[in-house]
Design a protein around this ligand. Structure first.
Ligand code: PMP
Length: 283
């Protein structure tokens, strides 16, 4: 693979990043993952807007323009002949002597990007659905900022696997916040799509926003509110959204089947609409 590090396109085994990089030492870094379908990026502008928001919230500078970031993405896709998969972009506060205080203004940010091949449209999970385990949400309280502090989500995913599930839904004060790397949805007994309202408690998913817009334009009802695990277990359907899962049905939660225990019609239809819209409007 060819990867991008601080201004250079290099073979992955020649890429270097400082041991003093604050992303490495403090998880003082943010990231975005943009899906690539048919060689084209999906929802790039949304990812860019969220990146700028994360940068602002952390008072982190990045001199590179959106236009240049887009060009680097496109060049990486081209150099790696990527048809389907993702582009990962990470911005850290750069390298400086180890100190909790931020380094002096003017310390250059580190910018890293790489591609990863992944089969997204043909996904076995879309056919069989996900089994979910519920776990307490023990992450920090600014989950709206997309930082690389991903240890707890990793631990939760491993714990879910130990319990025979595929992934975890995280619960705080009795309500589901989101999945370890996805937003959580249910379809209630009134056929209303329900997903938690935006706040600092969860990531403002780009796919969540797109699916919400698709639902609205296809006369599906959407309600933004929190829900409990019990409500999800008793819902008609459940599913998750993320850039690389698109829409994945949830068929069981804590070993209880959701609906009839197979992928439901709303999840299937939204996945189809999402793929159709993405292939027609990809950047
Ligand atoms: N929540 C979390 C915690 C995530 O890591 C992700 C994946 N980036 C999402 C939600 C889904 O966000 P998006 O649709 O922007 O990929």
């Amino acid at each position: 693979r060819t990867v991008y590090v601080n201004g250079h396109f290099v073979p992955e085994n020649e890429a270097e990043i400082s041991v003093f990089d604050r992303g490495f030492l403090f998880a003082d870094a943010i990231y975005e993952v943009t899906a690539v379908l048919n060689g084209r990026m999906v929802g790039f502008d949304g990812h860019m807007a969220r990146l700028r928001r994360s940068l602002r919230e952390l008072e982190m500078g990045l001199p590179t323009s959106d236009q240049r970031l887009r060009e680097i993405h496109l060049e990486l896709i081209d150099k790696n002949a990527l048809q389907e998969g993702l582009v990962y972009m990470q911005v850290s506060r750069g390298a400086a002597d180890r100190d909790f205080a931020y380094p002096a203004p003017g310390t250059p940010a580190s910018l890293v990007m790489f591609t990863q091949e992944k089969s997204i449209i043909d996904s076995p999970v879309a056919e069989r659905g996900l089994k979910i385990a519920s776990l307490p949400d023990m992450r920090w309280s600014r989950r709206d900022i997309k930082t690389v502090q991903l240890l707890y989500p990793s631990m939760a995913k491993m714990e879910a696997k130990k319990r025979g599930a595929d992934d975890a839904w995280l619960v705080e004060s009795g309500l589901v916040t989101e999945g370890t790397s996805s937003n959580a949805w249910i379809v209630d007994n009134d056929n209303t799509l329900v997903t938690r309202e935006l706040s600092r408690a969860l990531l403002h998913g780009i796919t969540r926003a797109t699916v919400m817009a698709l639902a609205n334009s296809h006369d599906m009802k959407v309600e933004e509110r929190g829900f409990t695990i019990k409500e999800a277990q008793n819902a008609r359907e459940a599913f998750v959204t993320s850039s690389t899962a698109l829409v994945h049905p949830v068929v069981a939660i804590d070993e209880r089947p959701v609906g009839d225990g197979t992928p439901g019609p709303f999840a299937r239809e939204l996945r189809r609409l999402y793929i159709e819209a993405s292939l027609n409007s990809a950047d």
